[in-house]
Write a protein that binds this ligand. Structure first.
Ligand code: ADP
Ligand code: MG
Length: 623
């Protein structure tokens, strides 16, 4: 609950802001907090007693938006206006999802395969970010209603396999919903946090998180060492979950019990409501069978029945697929089942006893299932939120770099030494060399950001490494080291290894950078990703061309007498062509003209080398 304290000097009330934990699920979403009195994480419960909000958004003809259970009720009646599983579309281009488009009953827009997908409802278009933001807005509204205070700060969970674009999209959805997203954390990490596994100092654990939700299955293998979580391997099936169990039950009733449209004598206009009733009844049967041996109900007045044994047979192939994934994940992590210290059960579908049994058997141990499996991720997010709020000093703060850190290299390119989201403290180093003969200094410019050209990133610091002894280009070895300490202070040092000349500087990486700026920079890196790749390729081609021109010029100046007049003219002409190509900034042209200059100069360069070699051999004989 929100904390209130009184400023004794002024007598005014200070309300400490609460940070909530949110599980933004494919099927269901929910919000949780850590109670300030008991320090226990709890899922927020509305008056209706429910904690889960189905991740479903309905748009009516007038633009009204409904989220959650009321939207779920319209799923079958108005499929083209009722959006489910928007999470599957987060950060995806149409090309990414086109092969799965049959899964979606609503309209996914194809406006070029690289563009981010949009969903069309009537004459309006919605991005997955907007769709998710409606769900987050609903959760925020609920939390504010229950807590009777404003809620603006949140920790949101995502699957461990989510890439940067998907994480960024989730962050943006939060922002659009009016939430300041303090951190995005992995769902399996949150689940382990909820159980308090591996969060004590000096504790090292390897855990498996088995997450079977409504439509997706994820298995993650993590290690937790001193409060730092590392994902060793993930596996799963993005189209396997409780929905498939429901469908299996529907098919069973259709095939074995003859419950279908014709047997019920219903016209096609009621097909949709019948389908809806079958689906709802099948799910109810499945849930009932988690705690009972038989389900008996009615669909459109006709009796239906299924036993636990029948159900277990129906879902055995589905469970087998999840176990296969578990075994692949273990293999990828280079571990055997016996090396796993704890197995955590996540997702509503792990309530099915046969699922639990299969997992216990595969890992050969009892599983952690004491916490409500469809709340455990949100509860863990709340625990993380509580750590961020500074209320929980028992647990370690897991910190990462918000943006990549690197230095400027030839052609103004960003060379990343510590990628974003790296753990803090951290250390990284790389060797560089000089571009010119006798170069005695090297400028080290430190940048922060995700773009390929430093000019688009943020400069943090700059210093000169001076006093490098005169050596031919390429010979000095300058090692640049980045060290981020536990407080997030970056120390950059440069050492010329042959001479031992060294220089260093301290940088405060996040100084003056607001969350907003960090987000803007990340957003820019996403929107410009394609331009950046093209630009990097061009800069690299130009750098290579410049070097080729310099080398050829130097060579002709020194060994001009070895070249025939034809060779000289060919070289000069080709050098001119290359310069023109560089002007045009056409990467392919620059590369082909560089290659041609290389071909023109190769014969005489080889002759000179052969001659030098012969001289050397003769010299040796004399001695
Ligand atoms: P997601 O992470 O995909 O949002 P959840 O973890 O909320 O999904 O899981 C939803 C699934 O769990 C649904 O298919 C639902 O029918 C199923 N489920 C919920 N409770 C039970 C139960 N008691 N027995 C079997 N399945 C259940
Ligand atoms: Mg989930």
């Amino acid at each position: 609950m929100a904390k209130v304290s009184i400023n004794i000097a002024t007598g005014s009330l200070l309300q400490e802001e609460i940070i909530v934990g949110i599980d933004l699920g494919t099927t269901n979403s929910l919000i949780a907090i850590v109670k300030s009195d008991t320090h226990e994480p709890i899922a927020l419960r509305e008056i209706d007693g429910l904690t889960l909000v189905p991740s479903i958004v309905h748009f009516d003809e007038y633009g009204n938006v409904t989220v959650g259970n009321p939207a779920k009720d319209l799923l079958v009646q108005q499929p083209e206006r009722t959006i489910y599983s928007a999470k599957r579309l987060m950060g995806k281009s149409y090309g990414d999802v086109s092969k799965d488009s049959g899964f979606f009953a609503y309209n996914i827009i194809d406006d070029g395969t690289d563009a981010l997908v949009k969903v069309q409802v009537g004459d309006k278009f919605y991005s997955p970010i907007e769709l998710s933001s409606y769900i987050l807005k609903e959760l925020k509204k609920r939390a504010e209603h229950i807590l009777k205070t404003t809620v603006t700060k949140a920790v949101i969970t995502v699957p461990a396999y989510f890439n940067d674009a998907q994480r960024q999209a989730t962050r943006d959805a939060g922002r659009l919903a009016g939430l300041d997203v303090l951190r995005i954390i992995n769902e399996p990490t949150a689940a382990s946090l909820a159980y308090g596994i591996g969060v004590k100092h000096n504790e090292e654990k390897t855990i498996a998180v088995y997450d079977l939700g409504g439509g997706t299955f994820d298995i993650s293998i993590l290690t937790i060492n001193n409060g730092i979580f590392e994902v060793l391997a993930t596996n799963g099936d993005t189209y396997l979950g409780g929905d498939d169990m429901d469908n299996a039950v529907v098919r069973y009733w259709q095939e074995d019990c003859g419950v279908d449209n014709s047997s019920l004598g219903l016209g096609s206009h009621t097909d949709k409501s019948l389908a809806q009733e079958m689906r709802v009844t099948a799910e109810a049967a499945k849930v009932h069978l988690s705690t009972h041996d038989v389900f008996e109900g009615k669909i459109a007045g006709q009796d239906v029945r299924i036993t636990k044994q029948d159900f277990n047979e129906l879902i055995a192939p589905l469970i087998a697929r999840t176990i296969n994934s578990c075994s692949s994940a273990l293999k990828d992590a280079g571990l055997t089942a016996s090396q796993i210290d704890a197995v955590v059960m996540v997702g509503g579908s792990t309530r099915v006893p046969a699922v639990k049994e299969a997992v216990k058997q595969f890992f050969g141990r009892e599983v952690f299932d004491g916490i409500n499996p469809d709340e455990v991720v949100a509860l863990g997010a709340a625990v993380q939120a509580d750590i961020l709020a500074g209320n929980n000093t028992e647990m370690l703060l897991l910190d990462v770099t918000p943006l990549s850190l690197g230095i400027e290299t030839m052609g103004g390119l960003m060379d990343v030494l510590i990628p974003r989201n790296s753990k803090i403290p951290n250390k990284a180093g790389r060797q560089y060399t000089t571009q010119k003969d006798g170069q005695s200094g090297m400028r080290i410019s430190v940048y922060q950001g995700e773009r390929d050209l430093v000019q688009d990133n943020r400069k943090l610091a700059e210093f000169n490494l001076t006093g490098i002894p005169a050596m031919p280009a390429g010979l000095p070895k300058v090692e640049v080291t980045f060290l981020i300490d536990a407080d997030g202070i970056l120390k950059v040092s440069a050492t010329e290894l042959r001479s031992g000349v060294a220089q260093s500087i301290d940088v405060q990486p996040q100084y003056g950078l607001t969350d907003q700026q960090v987000e803007d920079m990340l957003l820019a890196s996403l929107t410009h990703a394609k331009d950046d790749i093209k630009m990097r390729a061009l800069v690299e081609a130009l750098t290579e061309a410049t070097q080729m021109l310099e080398v050829t010029e130097k060579f002709i100046a020194k060994h001009g007498d070895v070249l025939s007049p034809v060779e000289l003219t060919a070289s000069v002409t080709q050098m001119e062509r290359l310069r023109e190509a560089m002007e045009s900034r056409d990467k392919d042209l620059v590369q082909s003209e560089t290659e041609r200059l290389n071909e023109v100069s190769r014969p005489y360069a080889e002759r000179v080398m052969d001659a030098a070699l012969k001289d050397a051999m003769r010299g040796k004989k004399v001695i």
